[in-house]
Design a protein. Sequence first.
Length: 266
Amino acid sequence: MLQARNGTLNLPAGTADYIRFGSGAKTLVMIPGVGDGLKTVRGMALPFALLYRSLAKDFTVYVFSRRRNLSTGMTTRDMAEDVNAGMDALGLSAAAVVGVSQGGMIAQWLAIDHPEKVAKLVLTVTLSRPNETMRDVIARWLGMAERADYKGIMLDTAERSYSEKRLRQARLEYRLLGSVGKPKSFERFRIQAASCAAHDAYDRLDQIGCPTLVIGGREDRIVTGEASHEIAARIPECELYMYDGLGHGLYEEAPDFLKRVADFCR
């Protein structure tokens, strides 16, 4: 049922990693967050398939990384064009598209510019335009990236994302792992983080015509919970679900998150 496969796409603008798993009749496309700038999905098909195995029966799932050779100044809208090109290369259309954090920013542009690609849209812990909280977080991460402080980025992300219960485990993991997984270059991360700070699709959200589910956390200390309300108020056919007591990492912590997504996308 898992049928996990790793793949590479030769896009017009460069090469991108993607993975595929599942055997369902419906297509589900996942776009991950800014952490993709530190590590792509290359070689991660089986771990993803096991983590999201509850989706594998009903959906054939594709997870797209940003292309390897990102250009300075690339925007979330540019990155959506790469996702569109990847879907074209694989013959995908009318998919359920799930975007998390920066992936949700990219998914907004995909739904606006290429509505034929998106049958249903799930926007998780994301925003439609910059706010002060997110600008402060991005500035902090960019400073750490300049110092090649990988552990600092990981710990700061955890501190801002998880509940106290999950944080105790995360702090231990990151301190023990140290520099394991540290990228040779932080350039992709810097470009992706900068594109988050510049993302602004707010005035175009009313052009999203597909059924949309916005999922947010009231304790989100990266994009804020208010950002989810702001998106939901602008998209015509939209549902909003807010988790109490959870923040930016709710997609890892909420036990019913995957079921909620799957039920909507079915």
